[in-house]
Design a protein around this ligand. Structure first.
Ligand SMILES: *[C@@H]1O[C@H](CO)[C@@H](O)[C@H](O)[C@H]1NC(C)=O
Ligand SMILES: *[C@@H]1O[C@H](CO)[C@@H](O)[C@H](O)[C@H]1NC(C)=O
Ligand SMILES: *[C@@H]1O[C@H](CO)[C@@H](O)[C@H](O)[C@H]1NC(C)=O
Ligand SMILES: *[C@@H]1O[C@H](CO)[C@@H](O)[C@H](O)[C@H]1NC(C)=O
Ligand SMILES: *[C@@H]1O[C@H](CO)[C@@H](O)[C@H](O)[C@H]1NC(C)=O
Length: 324
């Protein structure tokens, strides 16, 4: 009996460790973010992105390009929740059809748009223009309007995001292994959460355990970087996004398959949480609304979930070849 239990345990442990994603070696960036040449994640009135314009996007593309998004955002069930955090378990995929000036990404974000647009975001992307290859890489991003100027950047391209000692996933680091279509799924779970003591916006990774309640602190964006976001976010967002130029076609988003293929085949955001300033965790329905501007190319599933803990999730994505 004991041997049997041990065997089951051993199988479980080897199964669990095979599901873990370990970061690959970090490639240092040599390309710096030059003015507007590299654009940040799309944040804004996503339904109005409508292809050619970048809508509420804080950074304009170098030339006219196309941005398409598929995701959910929440202002809370009452529309006025002061958010102090957002979290998701994201499936991660190889995306090998991203043309030289295109990008395909998936990220979570905490946003304040009540007094200028400010946000912090973290997720994964394939972005050849930034990394010179088609690896799926972890990224962080922040944007502020404090002091009347719009500032911010990816990763360590400018001072801002502070990397924690003990971080096990650095901005710009490639992820592997990745999910197999119809086969084994791979995920990373990340959390952006306002530190109630320091006021900073902290970034945690949860899927490899760690000393802070089973999480590892990856770093933080100091509270002092921000104006209204220093107090709270009023929108939290889970987003799939692609960008591409006039002479390119759209890359795959997510797994490269539409959301209706569901588990194991379509990309997902799951175990979705929001955190408010009272320390409450929202892990059931909290007024999330979909945004998708080009459903014939990239679509999104309904928001699934009940009041059962950790059950909130949705699927998103689409294949490459989208033309404008
Ligand atoms: C990481 O770097 C080590 C030491 O340079 C090397 O042996 C290993 O192959 C690298 N791993 C990857 C995935 O590039
Ligand atoms: C990308 O590749 C080009 C051509 O090989 C090279 O000139 C450039 O320095 C590379 N950039 C980076 C960031 O590695
Ligand atoms: C990391 O640890 C070193 C040595 O203890 C310390 O000097 C440094 O400030 C720490 N960095 C951060 C970001 O906490
Ligand atoms: C596409 O257009 C960009 C400018 O937007 C240019 O730099 C690039 O070389 C073009 N690519 C091709 C394949 O023509
Ligand atoms: C986007 O449009 C859809 C369909 O019209 C609507 O249900 C949804 O609430 C809109 N989302 C946002 C963020 O306005």
């Amino acid at each position: 009996m004991a041997a049997r239990i041990l065997l089951v345990l051993a199988v479980m442990i080897s199964y669990l460790s095979s599901c873990l994603i370990t970061g690959q070696n970090l490639t240092r960036h040599v390309v710096k973010e030059k003015g507007s040449e590299i654009r940040g994640p799309f944040i804004g009135d996503a339904n109005k992105s409508s292809g050619r314009t970048t809508g509420g996007s804080p950074i304009k593309a170098a030339s006219d390009g196309y941005t398409h998004v598929a995701g959910y955002q929440s202002k809370g069930a009452d529309g006025v929740t002061a958010w102090h955090g957002v979290r998701a378990k994201m499936s991660v995929w190889k995306i090998n059809d991203v043309q030289p000036l295109s990008e395909s990404s998936a990220y979570i974000a905490a946003i304040s748009n009540s007094d200028g647009l400010e946000y912090v975001a973290a997720g994964v992307h394939v972005y050849p223009r930034m990394h010179n290859n088609s690896d799926l890489r972890f990224f962080t991003y922040w944007k502020t309007t404090k002091d009347g100027t719009m500032k911010g950047c990816y990763n360590d391209y400018c001072p801002g995001f502070v990397i924690a000692n003990g971080s096990n996933l650095l901005p710009g680091q490639a992820l592997a292994p990745l999910s197999d279509y119809g086969g084994e799924m791979r995920y990373i779970t990340i959390r952006i959460k306002k530190d109630e003591k320091t006021g900073d916006w902290s970034l945690y990774r949860e899927d490899q355990g760690g000393p802070i309640g089973g999480m590892t602190l990856l770093g933080w964006w100091p509270q002092s970087l921000f104006k209204s976001l220093s107090e709270r976010a009023n929108v939290i967002q889970w987003t799939g996004e692609v960008n591409y130029q006039d002479n390119e076609t759209g890359p795959s988003m997510g797994s490269g398959h539409f959301s209706d293929e569901h588990e194991g085949k379509a990309a997902s955001f799951s175990e979705l949480y929001g955190f408010d300033g009272l320390g409450l965790i929202y892990n059931n329905y909290y007024g999330a609304i979909p945004f998708v501007d080009k459903p014939e190319c990239y679509n999104i599933s309904p928001w699934y979930g009940s009041s059962v803990k950790k059950s909130q999730y949705f699927f998103y994505g689409g294949p490459s070849g989208c033309s404008h």
